[in-house]
Ligand binder design. Structure first.
Ligand code: BG6
Length: 482
């Protein structure tokens, strides 16, 4: 790994994302020794005029449970690494000050094998990405005489449709090369999402079965048991497809469906993901159910006539040799009956079934991404006892039990470490992003134009009943243990 001076610059330092995700992730990396005090400095940058100490006080309570009242020694040491610079996002003055602060830090560490590694984390709304990137490029690039690099980390929403996303990509692409741009999709940092390739390509069990001959359907499901609380204004502009499905669930789909990459090199993996996306057929309106929970429009920041879906089930069809005819059902919803994200792979019925005396459940392989990471296989076994009855049971790998005491890193922690290490495997490449927008843009435009409207559903329910009907039509067979 590279050594020398590292500056992490969090832009939008007093915002929600920075407080809740970025700083705590940096703290955890620090606590585990991935960020060394003698190398790293963290800079917060935002418009608000506050002191270093005020920023430290604002984020302290998010670092760990007791940090607000009784900060540990680790917390105190970490906070000392943070400096604050205030300035606007579109003029040079603030960025020159920022550059000065970073350069001073680099000068002070020069003796420690001075390289100039600068990681800019944009915890900001995408509307300011272009001016901020321009300012970074103009005022804050790494000092090349010291070696090192400059990287920028950005997070969705990357535009609202194909056209706006491409425009944003072009604006940023004129300033930075693709290897300098890290587009975060935090689902790619989740333990069981990262496990997907290992599972598929390191297990003989799955290799021959993972195709249209054996798999009946695949569901990728995201549920939340709370609404858009406090984020109604943002959410209403985007909706559940742009917020969850077009990015998080589609990324998961790529890992479930892609062919084996040539190697684990980021480019090889991303090449395969792009191919999957490019093979997805246009979405058929008959295979879409949209919903909006009752009470969504009570939020004063949501317009009374909002058409924005807070729930969607969309069937995607992949036109290739492996998946022709297998529905990939993506489902996401807010204000539902539970909080869960999982992948469900349902296998076809057993041909020539000799146990027909009792209705069989199908084999199903479930990967629960959260909460309580687990993988389990639903399979049919003989019901213990004197009679020859069969029963659906489970082979269960629950991470809490199997890996007791092994902490599972937070997605952001892992992804930030990757950005420092220069590993882009778990980040979205520009062509991937474009292909993802190509899939959803026509449907999104139809929704935006009011051509398809969401069905209302009760908060705390499973979502509109039509979504279950669609699931059944797509061939999913509900199985029950008995
Ligand atoms: C974010 C969405 O990307 O992911 C939120 O904007 C959503 O609406 C969140 O709540 C879910 O993330 P996680 O990791 O809690 O499943």
């Amino acid at each position: 790994p590279e050594t020398g001076c590292l500056s992490v610059i969090v832009l939008g330092a007093s915002g929600d994302l920075a407080k809740k995700k970025t700083f705590p992730a940096l703290f955890n990396l620090y606590r585990q020794g991935f960020l060394q005090s003698n190398e790293v400095h963290i800079f917060g940058y935002a418009r608000t005029k506050i002191s270093d100490e005020e920023l430290r006080n604002r984020i302290k309570g998010y670092l760990d449970k007791n940090a607000a009242n009784e900060p540990s020694e680790d917390v105190l040491k970490f906070l000392q690494l943070i400096k604050y610079v205030s300035g606007s996002y579109d003029n040079e003055e603030g960025f020159k000050l920022l550059d000065k602060a970073i350069s001073e830090h680099e000068e002070s560490k020069k003796s420690a094998e001075g390289s100039s590694r600068r990681l800019f984390y944009l915890a900001l709304p995408p509307s300011v990405y272009p001016p901020v990137c321009r300012m970074i490029k103009k005022c804050c690039m790494n000092k090349s005489d010291m070696g090192g690099w400059t990287r920028v980390v950005i997070e969705k929403p990357f535009g609202k449709d194909l056209e706006s996303s491409e425009k944003l990509s072009t604006q940023i692409g004129e300033l930075f090369e693709e290897p300098q741009i890290y587009r975060i999709d935090h689902y790619l940092g989740k333990e069981l999402v990262q496990n997907m390739l290992v599972l598929r390509f390191a297990n003989r069990f799955f290799l021959p079965l993972w195709n249209r001959d054996n798999i009946a359907n695949v569901q990728i499901v995201f549920r939340e048991d709370f609404g858009t609380e406090g984020r109604g204004g943002y959410f209403d502009e985007y909706g559940i497809i742009r917020d969850i499905i077009q990015n998080h669930l589609l990324q998961v789909l790529c890992l479930v469906a892609m062919e084996k990459p040539v190697s684990l090199k980021p480019e090889h993996i991303r090449d395969e993901k792009v191919k999957v996306l490019q093979s997805v057929l246009p979405i058929n309106d008959e295979e879409v159910v949209l919903g909006q929970y009752d009470g969504y429009k009570d939020d004063p920041t949501v317009p009374d006539n909002s058409n924005t879906p807070t729930f969607a089930t969309v069937v995607l069809r992949i036109h290739n040799e492996r998946w022709e005819g297998v529905p990939f059902i993506l489902k996401a919803g807010k204000a539902l009956n539970s909080r869960k994200a999982e992948i469900r792979v349902q296998f076809k019925d057993v041909p020539g079934d000799i146990f027909r005396c009792q209705k069989q459940g199908r084999n199903e392989f479930v990967i629960r991404l959260q909460p309580s990471e687990a993988m389990y296989m639903k399979l049919t076994v003989k019901k213990p006892g004197l009679d020859m009855n069969v029963v659906q049971s489970e082979l269960d790998l629950s991470y809490k039990q199997r890996y007791q005491g092994v902490p599972i890193p937070e997605a952001y922690e892992r992804l930030i470490l990757d950005t420092i290490r220069g590993d882009q495997q778990h980040f979205v490449r520009r062509d991937e992003l474009k292909a993802a927008w190509e899939i959803f843009t026509p449907l999104l435009h139809r929704i935006d134009n009011g051509e398809t409207k969401p069905i209302s559903y009760q908060p705390g329910s499973r979502g509109p009943a039509q979504a279950d009907e669609l699931l059944e039509k797509a061939g999913y067979v509900q199985t029950h243990g008995y």
